[in-house]
Design a protein around this ligand. Structure first.
Ligand code: PHB
Length: 394
């Protein structure tokens, strides 16, 4: 096969990468390669993150520590073979100092060996499978892990009269993380899992799975679908009358994603999820962020992917400031470890040990605010680390 990791590694070494990226630094320009799904099923993630990255640069300027920052945006359509090819081109030809973005887990994993070989920091702004940060010492994450929200909604469900749950997740790595971390925690808290269902990731038809979930007579369905699919899920849930049958939807907040929520219809009212970000988060920093984002993007509401991108840009800018513009990968990663700041989502930091994000997780209920549907936060869990890594450490 042409694209095996070892062959790619050989190509990169042959291209004299280290020397080349040093040369780019000397010219005074630092390039950030943003690899995103701008087309296909995950395109809303590409749209949200690229808009947030542009907004960050518009607000903070395009110079850091005397270096001019240049954003190079590439579409991988969330197809890992494309991610690999594009990452290689960005590193070898464009001589980027960072690769960033990564709309889905398989894309983030595909780029990891390249980050390691080239010693180029890989800033994961979207993907949420726990294992990702362990695949390269050059990976830092500003998004989330599925387990962070899933264990918190498990505790909430057990404490709020939900006894029987059917779990229904997209059939790939983050779905498996969500299902496992929710299931283990919920059973430990005295709950019962009455069905465990996996739905194909591509072009899903939820109807047969909703029927099977309903047949198991749960109090609630725990659902994880990636950002972009929540609208279709909620529509089919209501069309099949599961809401009228008294079955609740719970889960991480991907299903009530702010990008799609305004058009989901009233069947979604009252849905309780746990997540890292709501456009209705009541801080001054978030109000300013939402207003500026909407203004720059034709009224578009930012979602949790947008804050992952905005914060990823902040991490890159501040790391460069700390290294005084030095683009050495090891120095940049050292600068990122332990960094803490206030995001539109609330206070966040980068775990110095794991390079993963530590953030608040909020429990939210869908309500109408000023006539529009929002996830309204009503409880906060402070400084949540990735529970999968925490469990492994014990
Ligand atoms: C992922 O592929 O890791 C992923 C994508 C979209 C989400 C969550 C996780 O909303």
């Amino acid at each position: 096969m042409l694209n095996t990791p070892s062959r790619l590694a050989a190509l990169i070494v042959a291209a004299g990468l280290g020397i080349a990226s040093g040369a780019a630094g000397a010219q005074g320009t630092v390039k950030i390669g943003l690899i995103l799904p701008m087309t296909g099923q995950q395109a809303s993630t590409g749209k949200q993150i690229s808009a947030a990255a542009r907004l960050y640069m518009q607000q903070k300027g395009d110079t850091v520590a005397g270096k001019k920052i240049e954003l190079v945006i590439k579409d991988d359509g969330a197809v890992p073979d494309n991610t690999k090819r594009v990452a290689q081109e960005l590193i070898v030809n464009d001589k980027v100092a960072f690769i960033a973005g990564f709309g889905v887990t398989p894309a983030a994993l595909a780029a990891a060996p390249l980050a390691t070989q080239a010693k180029v920091p890989q800033v994961v702004m979207a993907a949420g499978t726990s294992i990702i940060t362990e695949r390269s010492p050059y990976i830092v994450r500003t998004s989330f892990t599925l387990a962070q929200s899933s264990v918190i909604i498990a505790d909430w469900a057990a404490k709020n009269g939900i006894r029987k749950v059917a779990t229904l997740v997209s059939d790939y790595a983050p779905g498996a993380d969500a299902q496992k971390s929710f299931g283990e925690r919920f059973v430990k808290a005295g709950g019962q899992i009455v069905a465990e269902l996996k739905i194909p990731l591509a072009n899903p038809d939820f109807a047969p799975f909703l029927q099977r979930a309903r047949d198991a007579q749960p109090d609630a369905i725990f659902v994880f679908v990636p950002s972009g699919q929540g609208g279709t899920f909620m529509k089919q849930f209501a069309e099949r009358g599961l809401d009228k049958a008294g079955i609740k939807v719970i889960g991480p907040g991907d299903v009530t994603d702010d990008d799609l929520l305004p058009n989901m219809g009233d069947a979604v009212l009252g849905t309780v999820t746990a997540h890292l970000y709501s456009a209705a988060h009541p801080s001054n920093a978030n109000k300013a962020f939402v207003e500026a984002f909407r203004k720059a993007n034709n009224g578009l509401r930012p979602n949790f992917m947008a804050v992952g991108g905005y914060d990823g840009m902040h991490l890159i800018y501040e790391a460069l400031r700390k290294t005084n513009g030095d683009t050495d990968g090891d120095k940049l990663i050292a600068a990122m470890k332990g960094m803490a700041w206030e995001s539109p989502r609330g206070p966040i930091s980068i775990d110095a040990e794991t390079r993963d994000i530590i953030q608040n997780i909020y429990i939210r209920r869908v309500e109408k605010v000023g006539g529009e549907l929002y996830n309204v936060e009503f409880a906060t869990f402070n400084a949540v680390k990735d529970p999968v890594k925490e469990a492994a450490r014990k």
